[in-house]
Design a protein around this ligand. Structure first.
Ligand SMILES: [Mg+2]
Length: 264
């Protein structure tokens, strides 16, 4: 009995609609239907701005090398370097900085002046101290869900930088768990939701990346909620799944608690 109660969100005393919801949840459990108990949140461009800082730094990088290469060519070559380097450096600012340096060496055929390298390094360091601006409804959504479900922050990127941003966001205490991972795969989601909650079949992942936040959790058997962000990195784009009954798209975080409640 106790596990059933915790499985529907830890509600202790039931009144009115809560009782009705509790009974509905019990019936759904009896029928073998999964009931949602955990919500995973992506961090960058889901809870706070991130990609904008990458685009601003890229613009500065292109300006720095304007004498040496065409802006469009630079963009393409930088993206190629990032793609090549992902398996070596992982996601985040440090890998991006190294890819900018590599591209600068490439387009100048080894003649990039040291002051430009120094500027690229400075731009990377600046990114590691940018302020954390929460996206609309981020605090309200996480706060509301933390009262009814297990909420877990699941993000990839540089460990130190992600820890810094979480601390600066002021949301840290609301999460039951924080996982900073090197890649978001169905296996990794399955492991995280088994560790912190009742497995992926009873979990929902909310994020701006179709490729990292939505498709792999659907493969793992959970719910995937896509909240598009205006600026998305080319390497995080993917097509929406066609006709998947556990896929949802919302315009912002405001609708997440109601959606979670309807599934719980
Ligand atoms: Mg993201």
């Amino acid at each position: 009995m106790e596990s059933t109660i915790s499985a529907i969100g830890g509600l202790g005393v039931f009144h009115g609609w809560e009782q009705a919801r509790y009974i509905t949840s019990l019936r759904r459990l009896e029928r073998g239907e999964a009931v949602l108990t955990a919500i995973g949140f992506d961090a960058d461009d889901t809870l706070w701005h991130n990609e904008t800082f990458f685009r601003l730094t890229e613009a500065r990088f292109i300006e720095l090398l304007a004498e040496h290469a065409d802006p469009r060519d630079l963009e393409t070559r930088l993206l190629d370097a990032e793609r090549r380097n992902l398996s070596h450096y992982g996601y985040g600012v440090k890998g991006f900085t190294l890819s900018m340096i590599e591209t600068a060496i490439e387009v100048t055929e080894g003649r990039v002046p040291a002051p430009i390298i120094a500027e690229i390094l400075a731009a990377g360091r600046e990114m590691l101290s940018h302020p954390v601006d929460l996206l609309p409804h981020a605090r309200a959504a996480v706060e509301a869900l933390a009262a009814t479900h297990r909420v877990i922050l699941i993000t990839k990127g540089d460990l130190l930088d992600q820890e810094r941003k979480l601390a600066a966001s002021g949301l840290g205490d609301l999460f039951h768990g924080v996982e900073i991972v090197s890649e978001k795969t169905p296996e990794i989601y399955a492991r995280i939701f088994a560790r912190h909650a009742d497995g992926p079949e009873r979990a929902m992942m909310v994020g701006n990346s179709m490729k990292s936040d939505v498709l792999p959790i659907l493969s793992a058997g959970g719910w995937g909620v896509h909240i598009p962000h205006g600026v998305t990195w080319a390497l995080e784009m993917a097509d929406a799944p066609a006709g998947h009954d556990r896929f949802h798209e919302l315009p912002d975080l405001r609708g997440v608690p109601a959606l979670a409640s309807a599934l719980s």
